[in-house]
Design a protein around this ligand. Structure first.
Ligand code: NDP
Ligand code: OXD
Length: 303
């Protein structure tokens, strides 16, 4: 088996050492492919347009946690995503940062600070705020645990509504009830056919007046016009976004300068090269032994 890695040379250098030590074959970049028929695994963010030139390709591995950037793959080629403790921990940290910033009115204080306005508002304890997380997967669960530890009341919404310790869980059909009891909404969903555009005007209107919104899923989840209306009207008193549509967000975009919004440029997490290489080796090993692939994506669900 031979894995073709597409990506920056720094990642390639780290993967080379780890693959060499494991006795596995690694090809760095398409220009280095001597025999396309030897390539069985491809690791990349986005694959090349024509995967047909690799007749024995078995698995495409996203080097990130998300797979929405991946096109439909040729029949028989499976899709997996990178599972890495570092990605999950970094995303938990971004989520905690955003929830605390929104809880403690940071957008409003940053706006006042720009004007030199020393005008204190009311400070509430974490226990007074209900955080609702859409997407209770690996990242959602870790974030919920940290937020519960800080004293927030945490509820979650997922397709299955599978129970999570210390969290009030809601299944797919319970979205209205979940939203009505959420003061700070957090989106950690994958982008799929079912979740595209899910955060629209109707959803935002179902939150209690004055709610806050933290978004680290994907820009495609969110109707930006609806967000602007909700922020302008004060229905949302604050928003913090790591993902936008489009990305990069153009310098002249209204969101950068909205007094109730904070934007970070899709930096919630990045994949550590060592962890990424180890995950790729685990995928190859499982494939060789006909075991379930770690991070395998269900093509019907899209995540
Ligand atoms: P998981 O696959 O582990 O979890 C996905 C969660 O979303 C599950 O709880 C799943 O429900 C739920 N879900 C999926 N579809 C629906 C739906 N239609 N209705 C309700 N719930 C749904 O994903 P991760 O936690 O690892 O990652 C989540 C996303 O975070 C990634 O896909 C990516 O978009 C984003 N991300 C962003 C990064 C950034 O830098 N901003 C970095 C890394 C990830 P169930 O439990 O029932 O299956
Ligand atoms: C990812 C991301 O999916 O960086 O890993 O967004």
């Amino acid at each position: 088996m031979s894995l073709l890695l597409l990506g920056p040379p720094e990642r390639g250098a780290v993967w080379s050492g780890i693959f060499r030590a494991a006795g596995e074959e690694l090809v760095l970049g398409e220009a280095a492919v001597a025999d396309p028929a030897a390539i069985t695994h491809l690791a990349c963010w986005e694959p090349p347009a024509d995967l047909g030139i690799y007749p024995n390709l078995r698995v495409v591995l996203s080097v990130g946690a998300g797979v929405d950037q991946m096109p439909a793959l040729p029949a028989g080629v499976r899709l997996a995503r990178t599972l890495a403790p570092g990605i999950e921990a970094m995303m938990r940290d971004w989520t905690v940062m955003a929830v605390l910033a929104l809880h403690r009115d940071l957008p409003a204080y940053l706006e006042k600070a720009r004007r030199g306005d020393w005008q204190p508002g009311t400070t509430l304890p974490a226990s007074a705020r209900r955080v609702g997380i859409m997407g209770m997967g690996r990242i959602g669960r870790l974030s919920a645990e940290a937020l519960t530890g800080l004293g927030f009341k945490v509820s979650g919404w997922s397709r299955s509504g599978r129970p999570v310790a210390s969290v009030t869980m809601h299944g797919e059909g319970e979205l209205p009830r979940f939203l009505a009891s959420t003061d700070i909404l957090v989106c950690l969903l994958p982008l799929t056919d079912d979740t595209r555009g899910i955060i629209d005007g109707r959803l935002l209107a179902a939150l209690p007046a004055g709610a806050r919104f933290a978004h680290a899923g994907r820009g495609g989840h969110l109707d930006m016009v609806a967000l602007r209306q909700a922020l302008d009207s004060g229905r949302l008193t604050g928003a913090m976004l790591d993902v936008t549509d489009p990305e990069p967000l153009p310098a002249e975009h209204w969101l950068w300068r909205h007094p109730r919004a904070i934007v970070t440029p899709h930096v919630g997490a990045h994949t550590d090269a060592v962890e990424g290489a180890r995950h790729a080796l685990a995928v190859i090993d499982a494939d060789r032994r006909a075991l379930p692939l770690p991070g395998l994506v269900d093509p019907a669900r899209g995540y």
